[in-house]
Design a protein around this ligand. Structure first.
Ligand SMILES: [Zn+2]
Ligand SMILES: [Zn+2]
Length: 166
């Protein structure tokens, strides 16, 4: 179980945890292929929460991946190749994506990704600095055996109800 991070503002009483990004976040293509898009904790100004938000892969990254795939030994680097095939599926599907990256809670686009190590992320409008604390987040919500939430999204990043789940 990962340890959640509690984010607070140095000026106002804003707070939130990274736990919103836990669980499964899947997308459904028109052909019912399930895949995922990378995500990271963000400060969303539309829903005023710390929420998971989408990160679209950098097109330069695709090129580097193709180069690496050509150079790896197919038998030895099974892990890389499995991941590479997943990335190729994602690359194909991303061509049909029209909306910019979204907050996965409210679907809004007005957010700042929280960078690793938090180098002075400013709480817009308030002027405070966002601080991270990995020791005091309330994480008793997920006890042993409890299932993490599952989320399903359309290709355009809007949450849909999953008829396959109970
Ligand atoms: Zn603030
Ligand atoms: Zn939001």
């Amino acid at each position: 179980m990962p340890v959640p991070t509690l984010y607070t503002c140095s000026v106002c009483d804003f707070s939130g945890t990274s736990m919103g990004g836990w669980g499964r976040f899947e997308y459904l293509s028109e052909e019912s292929v399930r895949y995922s898009i990378p995500r990271n904790s963000a400060l969303c100004y539309d829903c005023e929460k710390v929420s998971p938000a989408e990160i679209f892969p950098d097109p330069k990254e695709w090129k580097r991946l193709d180069e690496k795939a050509r150079s790896v030994d197919k038998k030895d680097d099974h892990f890389f190749l499995t991941w590479y095939i997943e990335m190729k599926v994602l690359q194909k599907l991303m061509r049909f994506r029209t909306a910019p990256p979204r907050c996965l809670v409210c679907g809004g686009h007005n957010f700042d990704l929280i960078p690793p190590g938090l180098p002075g992320l400013v709480h817009r409008g308030c002027g405070g600095v966002i601080q991270a604390d990995r020791n005091s987040a309330p994480w008793f919500y997920y006890r042993d055996g409890e299932r993490l939430p599952k989320h399903l999204y359309s290709l355009d990043g809007l949450e849909i109800k999953d008829s396959r789940e109970e």
